[in-house]
Design a protein around this ligand. Structure first.
Ligand code: C5P
Length: 401
């Protein structure tokens, strides 16, 4: 519930603006007060009358409105809210925010505020993928702004790809997570997840079968306990959870850079299945058969051990949790390997599991893990990955509080 919270909703000028009406309605159903702000271009998509009716509030539209300034100056408007949500955040609005412009009411409020800001981007896929938008996105996340979505799917312009506004229930989940009052409220937890892709040439890569399901469930469980989660993910099969700060990477080296940038953190859960080696002689162009029947020789270099780097970092989190996915003939094997790994890597806990194909764990919806701590090995029953994640998050909360 959002009872007693005031949310300033800035509606940008994109086709997804119509979804802001539903968002406003549902925020109010959950007990929030909504103060709506419309950009001039948003008025081409939704009318001030419908926004006002749904929010039961005056709609703020103009930077130089004398009545508004007399009643409540725009600086105060931006600060009276508990959260500012920009939905849809268009490419243009993101660019103006990243540049620190204040050339209309919306951007002036955003520049003048000390209230947390969440943006929900929506735009054409090419606009989203454009380096300029990605640069702006990095600037905005670096400024501490929470980003929800965009998601992949068919778009109003007829194209398909990332750029669609996140679904309204997911935006609500992110807003509720922002106000969560759990035992991890105020704590920052870093989670790595998914496989890495190590390029052989521009079209081929070396990967592994990790789906990212367990890491994603862990990030969601930590978020549900109130943690601020930075989620560094390789190219996983499952979508990242809403309400966490997502950093997408392809390779182990990129993952290390994002992990280092995310520190300091109170805890780190390193669930990613990181490739041990990368191709050191990867080709800049697609490798071709040369007609001789000779296969090209790939050379490998060892990837950085991200977990060990985190453990040895001067900004080492108080609790570092590693994973050990093994293919053992019997459980004893898996546990003894994982126990040795815990000592070798210098982490506090290891979550060990047997990922032999017969277990169905890799890519499946269940897991059977053993938690190894300095108190010894604690085997957990076979549970859904969601339940395994909840138990682990609860243990982390216990350890940090
Ligand atoms: O060495 P191994 O891959 O078995 O260790 C598994 C643990 O180490 C996992 O927590 C994984 O995320 C982490 N790891 C890492 N960087 C690597 C290899 C593994 O962080 N290069």
């Amino acid at each position: 519930m959002l009872t007693g919270k005031t949310i300033l909703v800035i509606i940008g000028g994109g086709i997804a603006a119509f979804k802001a009406l539903d968002l406003i309605r549902r925020l109010r159903e959950r007990g929030a007060s909504v103060t709506p702000v419309l950009t001039p271009s948003a008025e081409h998509f939704v009318t001030p009358l419908s926004v006002s009716a749904l929010s039961a509030s005056k709609v703020y539209r103009d930077l130089f409105d004398l009545t508004d300034e007399a009643e409540m100056g725009h600086i105060e408007l931006s600060r009276a809210a508990d959260l500012i949500v920009v939905s849809p955040a268009t490419a243009n609005l993101m660019a103006r925010m990243a540049a620190g412009l204040a050339d209309d009411l919306a951007t002036t409020l955003l520049l003048a505020t000390d209230t947390p800001v969440m943006i929900v981007p929506a735009m054409n896929v090419r606009m989203w993928e454009h380096p300029a938008t990605q640069r702006n996105l990095a600037t905005l996340t670096g400024d501490g702004i929470t980003v929800v979505g965009p998601v992949e799917g068919p778009m109003a312009c007829g194209e398909f790809g990332p750029g669609r506004l996140a679904e309204v229930p997911d935006i609500l989940a992110a807003i509720e997570a922002h106000f969560a009052q759990g035992p991890l409220a105020g704590r920052h937890v870093l989670v790595t997840s998914g496989p890495t892709h190590e390029p052989i040439d521009p079209v081929r890569y070396i990967a592994n079968r990790s789906s990212g399901a367990q890491g994603t469930a862990i990030a969601a469980a930590l978020r549900d306990l109130g943690a601020r989660v930075t989620f560094v993910t390789g190219p996983a099969d499952v979508a990242p959870p809403e309400g966490v700060d997502v950093r997408r990477v392809q390779t182990a080296c990129e993952m290390l850079a994002e992990v280092e940038a995310a520190l300091p953190a109170d805890a780190a859960v390193m669930a990613a299945a990181v490739a041990d080696w990368r191709v050191s002689n990867a080709s800049g162009s697609k490798m071709k058969k040369d007609g001789t029947g000779r296969a090209p020789a790939l050379e490998f270099a060892e990837n950085p051990d991200i977990l060990r780097n985190v453990c040895e970092s001067p900004a080492r989190p108080a609790l570092v949790v590693g994973f050990a996915a093994e293919t053992g003939d019997d459980k004893g094997d898996v546990v003894s390997h994982a126990t040795a790994k815990r000592a070798r890597k210098g982490c506090d806990w290891i979550v060990a599991n047997d990922v032999s194909p017969a277990t169905g764990i890799m890519g499946g919806s269940e897991n059977a893990v053993t938690l190894i701590t300095d108190a010894g090995a604690d085997p957990w029953p076979r549970l859904s990955k969601t339940e395994t994640a909840r138990r682990l998050a609860a243990r982390i909360a216990e350890a940090l509080t």
